[in-house]
Design a binder for this molecule. Structure first.
Ligand code: CO
Length: 478
């Protein structure tokens, strides 16, 4: 055993397939490999949260809570990890604190140990409630600094933020480099600084979108980072995480030896190679995501955002404006106080940049979401909002919010519970409904057999499958 082993979180069950295969891995794809994964010696396995919750119900006719219970049952030893967007939980708006509390409670009760909490704006007030309740219900709080590059995001900024999150009770700090913007030598320097200032473990999360991920991890390992996120080879690289096996082999025999067994990893990879092949066959995985995208290094715009811009412009028949929009993105971002570009801010900034270019006059039209940012509804932006832009968007001074946004939301859990009524089989259903009302309702209809009976009375096989599912749900539905 190395003196100071680098610990590994494998993302094969969450970010890897979210990034490469539109979050379409099913529980039945996971379960056969769970015993092997559980005996690997990972620091944690990321397997829930992010887009998996929505995707389970929307595309896979699966109950995300049942998935979590099944995974915990199959992996009793390894801490299971989830990704949580602070006060947004897994949805796209701020929820009241009582919903946040119930969500943290139920996630932990059903098997999550490590809750990785982030906020798109890096506003700690949006992370406060999730951190408090995760701790209260016995979870490990992993608080994130969302990494980005801008004139206000220097090393001092990130160190200050990390120390503040530590003071708020974080058990570990994660550097969340969602767009793979962090370069190897910057990673070395930032990790060194954070390791000298923090007294809690440091976890690093990056992707290999721009092709620098492996180098980032190697330099971070040299600088003393405690834990990194990698993915087993069948769903690694490109828009996903760097490869577990490669890093394990690289560090073997050094003082950062991970202690993981390469032959066991390759055994697990055999299983997931079949899963990846199936995802490719059904069209969920396009190998295009594996190509290195250096445009991100040039424009500092996440890869996913570039493809969104292209499709928005295509719809408007204005593909020739692509480079104008690319030049407009950093300007909008500056006007909005240098938001990190991550869901949902990447969409907000991108759409506004498209409007600014297509209307021929900047901020002639302002989206509802952009107005929300300008009003402070999303929280405090890292820099300063451009006052001229605020005026042009027609926002009056009295509309501007400076408090913690969730302080303005009345308790709402009981309202959701009453709305759902006897459609809820269990308390967790209320949370599914609170987060994704339409998607959850459609899923409940399917689950309760209504959709199958009403929509397709002759579809006997679907009904039979539904029956099996219903028994399964009842069986484990306590
Ligand atoms: Co990620």
């Amino acid at each position: 055993m190395a003196k100071n082993p680098l610990r590994i979180t494998d993302t094969i069950l969450r970010d890897a397939h979210q990034s490469q295969a539109a979050t379409r891995m099913r529980t039945e794809d996971m379960l056969p490999a769970c015993e092997l994964l559980d005996n690997m010696g990972y620091w944690s396995l990321e397997c829930w949260g992010g887009a998996t919750f929505d995707s389970c119900m929307r595309f896979l006719n699966e109950d995300p809570w049942e998935r979590l219970r099944a995974l915990k049952k199959a992996m009793p030893k390894t801490p299971l990890q989830m990704l949580l967007r602070g006060q947004n939980l897994l949805g796209y708006k701020h929820y009241a604190d009582d919903v946040v509390e119930q969500f943290c409670k139920k996630s932990i009760e059903n098997g999550i140990q490590v809750v990785r909490i982030f906020d798109a704006l890096n506003d700690p007030r949006n992370m406060e409630a999730a951190m408090k309740y995760t701790k209260y219900y016995g979870g490990t709080v992993e608080a994130c600094i969302s990494y980005t590059i801008s004139p206000v995001h220097d090393e001092d900024y990130f160190v200050r933020l990390a120390c503040q999150l530590q003071d708020m009770g974080a058990d570990t700090i994660a550097i969340k480099d969602m767009a793979n913007l962090l370069l190897p030598y910057e990673a070395y320097s930032l990790v060194k600084r954070l390791k000298s200032e923090l007294s809690i473990p440091l976890h690093l999360h990056t992707h290999n979108t721009t092709g620098t991920g492996d180098m980032v991890y190697l330099k971070a390992a040299e600088a003393g980072v405690d834990i990194v996120d990698t993915a087993l080879s069948p769903l690694a690289n490109g828009t996903s995480q760097p490869t577990t096996e490669s890093l394990v082999a690289t560090l073997a025999g050094t003082d950062r030896d991970t202690g993981l067994d390469l032959s066991k990893l390759s055994e697990a990879a055999v299983h997931f190679r079949k899963v990846a092949q199936r995802l490719q066959d059904e069209g969920s995985l396009n190998t295009k995501v594996l190509h290195v995208d250096t445009n991100t290094l040039l424009y500092q715009v996440p890869g996913g955002m570039l493809s969104n811009l292209i499709s928005q412009l295509k719809q408007a028949n204005a593909e020739d404006k692509y480079y104008d929009v690319l030049a407009e993105v950093p300007k909008v971002r500056a006007d909005f106080g240098y938001l990190p570009l991550v869901t949902p801010t990447s969409q907000i900034v991108g759409s506004q940049a498209v409007l600014n270019v297509l209307t021929g006059e900047r901020y002639k039209m302002v989206t509802k979401e952009a107005k929300g940012v300008l009003k402070g509804e999303y929280g405090k932006v890292p820099g300063e909002i451009n006052e001229e832009v605020r005026k042009k968007a027609g926002i009056k001074p009295e509309e501007i919010i400076t408090c913690r946004p969730a302080d303005l939301i009345e308790p709402e859990y009981d309202k959701y519970k009453a709305e759902l009524g006897d459609r809820a089989h269990k308390e967790e259903d209320v949370l599914s409904y609170a987060l994704f009302p339409q998607v959850a309702m459609k899923f409940f209809d399917w689950r309760d057999g209504k959709a199958a009976e009403e929509a397709a009375p002759k579809a006997a096989p679907a009904k039979a499958e539904n029956e099996v599912r219903r028994l399964y749900v009842q069986d484990s539905g306590k």
